[in-house]
Design a protein around this ligand. Sequence first.
Ligand code: F6P
Length: 523
Amino acid sequence: MARQPLVSKGFGMRLAGALSGDEMEACAAGANVFGGNRLLVVSNRGPFEYRTGAAGDLQAVPGQGGVATALRAAAQFQPTTWLSSPFTDQDRVLASRPSFPASGQPHRFVPTDETEYHLFYEGFSNQVLWFLQHGLGPSPDACPAAASEAWRNGYVPVNRAFARAVLAELNASQARSVMFHDYHFYLAPRLVKEVRPDVHLQHFIHIPWPKPAAWSRVDGVTLTSICRGLLGNDSVVFQTTEDAENFVATCAEVVADARIAPDGATVDLGPRSVRVWADPISVDPEELARLSRSPEFARYQRLLDPRAGRKVIVRVDRLDPTKNVIAGLEAYRLLLRGRPDLRARVELLAFLVPTRTSIPAYSEYRDRTMALANDINGEFGAGDWQPITIAYENNRVKALAGLSLADVILVNPLADGMNLVAKEGPLVNRRDAVLVLSRRAGAYSELRGGAIGIDPTDVSATTDAIEQALAMSADERAWRARKLRQAISSHDLRAWFRDLAAGNGVSGVAPVTLPAAAATLAG
Ligand code: F6P
């Protein structure tokens, strides 16, 4: 069974991002938010993937995606041991070792059977849970029989394998707190809690949790197992209060013996109380500032700089159907059709990261996206003007350089737990870019004061929003950009992690001042 492709096109550029000795030291010497306790972090995609360099050396390459980026930063604040799934061939070699220190902190891969992992990752996690929790229709390849097979022979055994790995790690180390991440591990917390009630378990869910009715696509027994699994934690944390409320409402419907506190903030099950709350994830302004000063960033800026006078619309997304890239391109086409005067005076740069390409719904979405971009370029392109340029690769520094040059940043997902591009863009941008932001991204509640909000399903309203952004006065752009930067900086990644730590019930979590060196880990 094929796993997620191990090396994405353009990923080789990230080799330059392998950790330097200083960075590893900074990581190891990070400040300790949890008051001396080692934290065990469990996520499917780890903060680093490993490759063999040309000289036969082991290289740590930053893992892609929001969870991996956040966890790398978290390791600056806290002695951490990571448990994650192997993604590369070298990861799989390392998985047979008890531990390896290449990232400056112990990192362990949890080996699982290849067929089980396929059913777990491509099957139940990404075609059932991902589609359902983002409000997409059922994935074409996940009929009820396939979903039930993926649950039984993939999701359940891989969760068991991770629970066993957590228990082994707890026995072998000083870790007394476990932080699970995301929708891959809904069952593991209960399995761990049954054996180790003394250990504090927290789960951060990065994606939306929809209302109970949306869960009717999974059978009742499965949904009850999911909720009971999560209620094995002491604390379940969501991106938004709406997600937290939806989770509590789901528990009330499907967990017969759950008792909900009148304020909805805790769910009691037997003698245990589970706190349910929201803590929106964020970005690390220092890391972004450091990357923005790098020679690599400056080189990409020179490469991408538009012709003088041309305005630039920029988007950065994993090429995932939830990101709604096609509707964004349609909106741009409507703009060019309705406003011939804008042709050759505007361009769209799309930085699209390959993702989950072994799932047909993803590869088909990618093909339709590329075909539509070609159509638009064919319909309007003239002379040296190409209306749309797509960079289909995983190159974070290049994408950030693109965001720095934007006049308009378009973020129009159909649903999104948070969307960190909406927070990174305004911080690295140097032109007071206008953020056109889906009201269905978690980031909208924090950024609504500065952004132009859109309904992502309304293509012509998206066109109008882009048009409004392009025409906006310099004064209005400046105050909106200021508001965005303030909102983002007032709850950055350190605040997110500190709040998680405080919610973890671990003593001594006063606001911490981090040493400057701790912020030097590569993103
Ligand atoms: O949003 C949830 C998330 O886990 C993010 O970390 C990341 O953007 C994406 O999904 C990564 O997905 P994958 O590990 O499947 O590539």
